[in-house]
Design a protein around this ligand. Structure first.
Ligand SMILES: Nc1ncnc2c1ncn2[C@@H]1O[C@H](COP(=O)(O)OP(=O)(O)OP(=O)(O)O)[C@@H](O)[C@H]1O
Length: 621
C-alpha cells in the first residue's frame, strides 16, 4: 500500500522512470555555460599566461594540416599581423588543412570540450597535438571575438563563424566567391583593449619561436616588413657534437653548462639532450626540464621527466609518446612516463660510467660541483659507488679528501654526526688521526656500504666516549699517583653535573681538557635543558622521564696531563682554588665541544667567573 506521498514516489523510482498519469512528462534541458566564467577559470587555473593562445592556434593549424597530409608536404602555415595605426592589432592564422563543414563547425567549434582528435589519438601512429577540445577557448584570453573562415576539404560551401566571449556565436554559409577559395581554415583575432602588445609582430614572432620553434612544418610570419619563415628543419640537437650542444644550450637556456649528454629513447619517440648544470642546485628544488611534445613546446619547467636524483641536469627533449595535462604545461603521470623516467635514468647512469672510464678528469670536474647528487646515486648502486669512490669527497679531521684517499690511510673511522665530529676533531687533527665527518647527507650510508664494494676496507664508527679510551694514559710513573689524586679531588666537584673525571695525555698540549659524552649523556643534557625552560604543564612530565632515565655516567671531563695548568692543579692547591679551576675547565670543555650550557651551568659560569675576578683583584691589593 502506498499513500501517494512524495516519499512514496521516490521509493518507486522517481517521476522520470514511472510518470504518474496526473503529472506532465519531464522536459529535457541542456546545461547553460557561462562562457566568460569558463574563460576566467581557464586563465586563472589552467593557463600560465594569455600568450598560450599562439600555441593553441598553431596546434590546430598543424593538426589540420597533418590530417590532410599538408604538414608532411611542407605546406606552410601563414601567421599574419595586421597592425594598422589607430585600430586594434589583428592577427590571422591560415592553414591549408582539412577545414570544417557547417555541421562540424556547430559540433566542434561551438561545443566546449568537443574535439575531432580525441578518439583517433588513442590509436597509435596518429600525430595530432590537441585532444581536449578546449584549446580554442584560450583565444578569448586576448580577444573578445574569434572569427573563423573555413572550407572543408571534403566539399560543401565555405563557412564563416564568429564566436563571442559572451557565449553567443553566428554562423553563415558563404556563397561561391566569398571566403576561402581553397580548403583550409583562417582564424582571426582582434586584440582586447589593454592587450594590444600580445598581438603585435615582435611578440607574435617571439611566441611562435618559443612554442613552435622546433616544428618541421614551415610557419611563415607576414608583417608590414615582409615574410619570414620561422620554422622547419631538423631538431637542433641532432648530429651535433658536445661543444656544439653546449653552445646551443647557452644560447637557448642562457647558461654555460658543464657538459651535455645526448638522449635517445626510440621506444618513447624521444630524443634530446641533458645539460649538466654549472652549479649545484638544492636537492629539494624542482627540476626544470624543457619538454616538447611532437615538436611543440609543452613547458620549460617540467618536473617528473627524470628520476629525482638527476637534479644536477636540465634536459631539453622532444617526445611523441607522452601525454600532456589539459593545461599543456605538465606531463600526465602514467606508466609510459614512468618507463621514460627509468629509461632516461639508465641513459644518464651509463653516460657517467662511460665518462669515468674514458675521461676521468671530466668526471672529477663534475663530482666537484655535484657531489651530493652523485652520492645520492651511488648510495643505491654498488657499481656506481665503486666507480665514483675515487672521487667522492668527504670532510675529515685532516681536510677534505676523496673516499679513496681516506681508505689509503688504513681503517676508515667516522663520526656519525657533526656534533660528534666537533667534539673529536681537535684531538684527531693533533694526533694525525683521519676522522671522517659523516654528519652530511648520504655520507654515513656511503661509508657503511664501502666494505661491500671494496672488501679490503674496514669502516668503524667512532663516538666521543671512545676517544677517552684511545687517548694515552699518563706516561711518567712519577706523575701517575699525582694524577690519580687529582681525579679523586675533582670528581666531587663535577658529580652534580653527572660528569666523571679522568686524566690522560693527548695532543695538542695546548688543550687542557676535553668533554666527551655518548648519546645517553647527551639525551640527559637535552632533557635537563628542556625541563628547565618548560612551562608548568610539561615540567612534571619531563621530571618523570628524567627520574625514569638512569643517570648516565658516560660524560667525562678528560684533563690533559701535558697541559701546565693541569699539572699545577695536581700540586698543592687549596680546595677553593681547585673547585674554581675545575669548574672553569669543565665549562671551557663544554663550550669547545659546542654543547649549549644548561641553566645550572650558566649559574656556575657566573659564579666561577666572579670568584676568578675577585681572586685577581685580591692579588692587586
Ligand atoms: N584550424 C583548424 N582546422 C580544422 N579544424 C579545426 C581548426 N581549429 C580547430 N578545429 C576543430 O575544432 C576542434 C576544437 O579545437 P580546440 O583547439 O578547442 O581543441 P582540440 O585541438 O581538439 O584539443 P585541445 O584542447 O587539446 O587543443 C578541434 O578538435 C578541430 O576539430
Amino acid at each position: 500500500m502506498t499513500d501517494g506521498s512524495p516519499r512514496d514516489r521516490v521509493r518507486s523510482g522517481g517521476a522520470s522512470e514511472q510518470p504518474h498519469a496526473s503529472y506532465p512528462a519531464p522536459v529535457r534541458h541542456s546545461f547553460q555555460v557561462d562562457l566568460r566564467g569558463v574563460v576566467d577559470l581557464l586563465s586563472a587555473h589552467l593557463y600560465s599566461s594569455p600568450d598560450v593562445y599562439v600555441r593553441e592556434l598553431l596546434q590546430n593549424a598543424v593538426d589540420a594540416s597533418t590530417a590532410r597530409g599538408a604538414a608532411a608536404a611542407g605546406v606552410p602555415v601563414l601567421v599574419e599581423c595586421h597592425d594598422r595605426p589607430g585600430s586594434a592589432p589583428v592577427l590571422s592564422v591560415e592553414d591549408e588543412g582539412v577545414g570544417l563543414t557547417v555541421a562540424e563547425v556547430h559540433e566542434l567549434l561551438a561545443t566546449i570540450g568537443s574535439s575531432s582528435k580525441r578518439d583517433t589519438l588513442l590509436r597509435p601512429g596518429q600525430d595530432y597535438l590537441g585532444r581536449f577540445g578546449i584549446g580554442l577557448l584560450s583565444c578569448f584570453l586576448v580577444s573578445d571575438e574569434i572569427r573563423v573562415v573555413t572550407r572543408s576539404a571534403r566539399g560543401g560551401p565555405g563557412v564563416s563563424w564568429r564566436g563571442r566571449s559572451d557565449g553567443t556565436y553566428e554562423l553563415r554559409e558563404l556563397p561561391d566567391g566569398e571566403g576561402r577559395a581553397r580548403p583550409g581554415t583562417t582564424v582571426w583575432l582582434t586584440a582586447r583593449p589593454g592587450l594590444e602588445d600580445r598581438l603585435r609582430p615582435a611578440t607574435v614572432r617571439a611566441l611562435i619561436l618559443r612554442y613552435a620553434g622546433l616544428l618541421e612544418q614551415p610557419i611563415v610570419l607576414r608583417t608590414a616588413t615582409g615574410d619570414e619563415r620561422l620554422t622547419g628543419g631538423p631538431l637542433p640537437w641532432v648530429g651535433r657534437d658536445t661543444e656544439q650542444l653546449l653552445a646551443w644550450g647557452e644560447r637557448e637556456l642562457g647558461e654555460r653548462f658543464l657538459d651535455a649528454v645526448p638522449l635517445d629513447l626510440p621506444a618513447a619517440g624521444l630524443t634530446g639532450v641533458a645539460f649538466v648544470l654549472p652549479q649545484s642546485p638544492s636537492p629539494s628544488s624542482r627540476q626544470r626540464n624543457r619538454v616538447h611534445l611532437k615538436r611543440m613546446l609543452l613547458s620549460d619547467a617540467v618536473d617528473g621527466l627524470l628520476p629525482d636524483w638527476a637534479f644536477f641536469v636540465r634536459a631539453v627533449v622532444d617526445t611523441s609518446a607522452l601525454q600532456p595535462l589539459a593545461s599543456r604545461e605538465g606531463l600526465y603521470e602514467d606508466a609510459t612516463l614512468a618507463a621514460v623516467r627509468d629509461g632516461l635514468g639508465a641513459a644518464l647512469r651509463s653516460w657517467l660510467t662511460d665518462l669515468a672510464q674514458r675521461e676521468p678528469e671530466r668526471l672529477q670536474a663534475l663530482v666537484r660541483v655535484h657531489a651530493l647528487a652523485l652520492k645520492a646515486l651511488a648510495v643505491h648502486d654498488d657499481e656506481l659507488l665503486k666507480l665514483f669512490a675515487p672521487w667522492l669527497p668527504v670532510d675529515t679531521s685532516l681536510g677534505r679528501m676523496t673516499l679513496t684517499e681516506v681508505t689509503r690511510r688504513g681503517p676508515v673511522r667516522y663520526a656519525a654526526t657533526t656534533e660528534d665530529f666537533g667534539q673529536m676533531v681537535q684531538v684527531a687533527t693533533a694526533e694525525s688521526i683521519c676522522l671522517v665527518n659523516a654528519g652530511f647527507t648520504y655520507d654515513e650510508e656511503l661509508l657503511q656500504r664501502l666494505p661491500e664494494v671494496l672488501p679490503a676496507v674496514d669502516v668503524e664508527r667512532v663516538e666521543p666516549e671512545d676517544l677517552a679510551a684511545v687517548l694515552r694514559p699518563v706516561e711518567d710513573t712519577a706523575g701517575l699517583a699525582a694524577a690519580a689524586a687529582l681525579v679523586g679531588r675533582c670528581r666531587p666537584v663535577l658529580a652534580p653535573f653527572s660528569c666523571d673525571v679522568e686524566v690522560r695525555e693527548f695532543s695538542p698540549a695546548s688543550l687542557p681538557c676535553l668533554y666527551t659524552a655518548g648519546d645517553g649523556a647527551r639525551f640527559a643534557r637535552e632533557l635537563d635543558e628542556t625541563a628547565q625552560v618548560a612551562d608548568s604543564f610539561w615540567a612534571p612530565m619531563l621530571g618523570r622521564i628524567q627520574a625514569a632515565t638512569e643517570a648516565p655516567r658516560e660524560a667525562t671531563l678528560v684533563l690533559n696531563w701535558r697541559h701546565p695548568v693541569v699539572r699545577q692543579l695536581a700540586g698543592p692547591v687549596g680546595e677553593h682554588a681547585l673547585r674554581t679551576a675545575v669548574e672553569v675547565l669543565y665549562l671551557q670543555a663544554l663550550l669547545l665541544g659546542r654543547h649549549p650550557l644548561r641553566g645550572r651551568e650558566t649559574t656556575l659560569l657566573s659564579g666561577a667567573l666572579g670568584r676568578l675576578i675577585e681572586g685577581s683583584l685580591d692579588g692587586t691589593r
